[in-house]
Design a binder for this molecule. Structure first.
Ligand code: FES
Length: 76
């Protein structure tokens, strides 16, 4: 199980504002399709958004704060 950084690999669009269809999300800025199974662009587009390990406990989604801070900072 993993979560994706809310940033499109194209130009940083907010993937959380995109439209989800099947196992993908369409970025709201330029309509790239990003796979929700791996965070990578589909079709002729190239690039991946960072992934974070996560788990669900007692109905809450838990992320590793060290991994989240490191990856989010490095990609900013
Ligand atoms: S920023 Fe997402 S498609 Fe351009």
């Amino acid at each position: 199980m993993f979560a994706l950084l809310d940033r499109c690999p194209h130009k940083g669009g907010p993937l959380s504002q995109g439209i989800v269809f099947g196992t993908s999300v369409a970025c709201p800025l330029h309509n790239w399709t990003i796979g929700l199974d791996d965070g990578c662009a589909r079709g002729a587009d190239e690039g991946c958004t960072p992934r974070f390990a996560c788990k669900v406990e007692d109905g809450r989604v838990l992320l590793d704060p060290v991994e989240l801070a490191t990856v989010a900072t490095d990609e900013a």
